[in-house]
Design a protein around this ligand. Sequence first.
Ligand SMILES: [Fe+2]
Length: 646
Amino acid sequence: MEFYYPPQESKGRYRYDPTSLKQQGPARLFGYIGEDSLVAYIAERLQANALNQGQLSQPISLFLQKTEENQLKLKNSWVQLNNLLSSTNFIPDWLEFSLPPGESFSRDFIQDRRDMTLTLTLAKLAAQMNARFSFGSPTETAKKQRQAFYQTLEGLGRSRPVVSLIHEREGELSDREFARQRLAGCNPTVIRSLQASDQPILQSVGGRSLTLANATEVDLADAAAANRLFVADYSFLKDLTAAELQPGRYVGRPTAVFYRGDSGLEPALIRLSSGRVLFPPQMGTAKDDWMRAKLMVQCADLTQHELIAHLGDTHLAMEAFAIATPRQLPQNHPLYRLLKPHFRFLLAINQRGNQLLLGEGAAIENLLAPTREASIDLINRAYREKSFASYALPTQLKQRGVGVDSGIADFPYRDDALLLWEAIARYVEQFLGRYYPDDVAVQQDPYLQAWAAELGAPLSHDLADAFPQAPSWLPSELATQVDLDLQDLPNYPRVPDFPTAEAPGRLTTVQQLLDVATQLIFTCTAQHAAVNFSQFDYGGFVSNAPMSLQQPPEQADSIATLLPSPEQELAQMELTFALSGIRWGQIGFPDQAPSDRGDLKLLQALRQELSAIERCINSRNQKRLQRWGVDYPYLLPSRIPNSINI
Ligand SMILES: [Fe+2]
C-alpha cells in the first residue's frame, strides 16, 4: 500500500492532555493548539495556581479575578458570535482556536443545536412561570412546572418522556416497569447474572422463599441454581465516602436482585446501603418503604448511566482513538477512511461537554450527588478497570451472563444491538479484507503498528510529540507547575489492554484488526445511541429516576422529601432533554461521502443491511407495544447517528 499524505502535520495539532493522564483518566485532547495558545494556557494555570495558594495580595487577586471574568465574557461572546454566523456563509471553524482544523461543528449542526436550544428555552420559561405562580406545596409546584415543560415541548413538535406516560397509566413506578427498565430503559448495561460473590445477599435472608407477583412461592436457592436470578449491582459507588457527597444530596449503593419468570424479570429483593434487605410488598413490606428502595436503585442507576455508561464508556473512551487516528494514519489509509467518519464532532462535543457537564458548577456538579472531583474519580477508575475487549458487545453480554443463552428471552437492547453488531462486523470485514489478506499484511503495516503502539503502549514510553511542548524559554520549574512536565506520566496505556492484555500495543492478526474496528464503530454508533437518546425518555421524569436524592431513603419523611427539589427537577429535565435533543447524521450516511468507489459500494451494501434491520426492529416493536405498551426505538438504524456528536 502506498500513502500520499504522511500524518506528520496532524501530529502537531492532535496532542494529548497530560493533566488528564496524570489523574489516570481517559486520554483527552490538549485543547490549546499552537504556541500562542499554549502560552495563554501556561499564564492561565500559573495565575490560577497563585490564586489558589493565596500567593497574591488581595487587590491583585481582585484585579485578576475581574480580568478572568472579562475573559470569560469575551470567550462566551465568541461562542455566541460563532453561533450567530453559522447561518451565514461564515465558516464556524474560523473562530475555533482550541480544536484541530476540520474538527469543529459544522454550520448545519450548530443550526440544529440552536433550534433545540430555542425549544428548551421556551419550555424552561413556561415551567418557571408556572412554578412562580404556584402557591401550593413543593409537590404541586413541581407538577405544574413539569406539565408546563412537557406541554411546551409537545406544542413545538417534541415528545414528553415516554416513562411519564407509563407512570400515568400504571399510577407510579410499578415493579413490572422497574424490572423492564433494566432491559429496555436508558441503562441496559448493568443487569447481570447472579455470581458466586453474590451469595452473601442470599445468605443474609436466611433461606427465605420469594413470593412472586402472581402469588407463586419460589425458593431463592433453587432459583439461583436454575440461573433464574439476575442482579443490578452498583458497587462502583462502594468507595464513595460521606465527605464526597454534596450537602443535601445523597446516592446510595443498593443491590437489586431480579427473578426471571416465564414473562420476564420481576424484582425479588433490594439490599439498601445500610445492609437492610427489602422484599416486594406482596411479602409484607410497606409499599412506601419498597418505593423508596426502588428509587434508591433508580438514582444509583442514573448516576452510573451518566458517569460511566454514557460519558465514560462512549464519549471519553473513544477520544483516544479520535486523537490517535489522525496522528498516526495517513488520510488515504484504509483504517483512517473506515473510522474517521465515526469520530465526526466527537472532539468538539467532548470539549463542549467539559464546559457543560464536567466543569466547575456544570451539570454533573449541579445534579448528581457526588462532588465534581468524586464524580471524575469514579469515571477515571471505571475506565482504568475496563479492558478494551469489554467494549465488544458479545464479550460484554457473555461477561454479564445475559446473552441469548441466559434464559432472558426478551431483552430489547441486546436483541437489537446484536443485529447492528453483526452488520457492522460484516462491513468491517469486507472493507479491510481488501487490504489485509493475511496476518503478515497486518504485522508489516508500519502505520497500523504505530497507531496500535500509541494506543496500547505505556505512556512513559511515548514519544514527546504526543504531548504539548512547553516553549524552550519556559523555565522547567514553571512547566512542572502547570503539569506540562512529562517526566512523571504514569506507566499505563491510554487504552487498557489494547488490543489485548497479552500483547498490548501490537496488532498481530487480521481478526484482531477486524475486532478492534468493529468495536470502535459499534461504540460510536449503536452503543452511544442506546444510552444517549433514551435519556430524556427515562431520566426526564424525576419521579422515575432522580439524579440525586435529598437524603437516605430511611431518613426521609416522605417520597416528596426524598426526591429532588422543583429547581433540581427542572435542571434534570433540561439536561436530559439537551443531551438527547439533537440527532445529527445517520449510520451508513457519513456527511462527507467517500471518494473511493470501492468504499462507496461497501457503504451502499451496509445501507441495504441497515434497511433490513430497520424492518426487523419495526416488526419487533409492534410486538413490544402489544406486550409492554412501549417500544424500543433507540436502535432503529434511522435513529442512530454515524458518530458521537451530542
Ligand atoms: Fe452523548
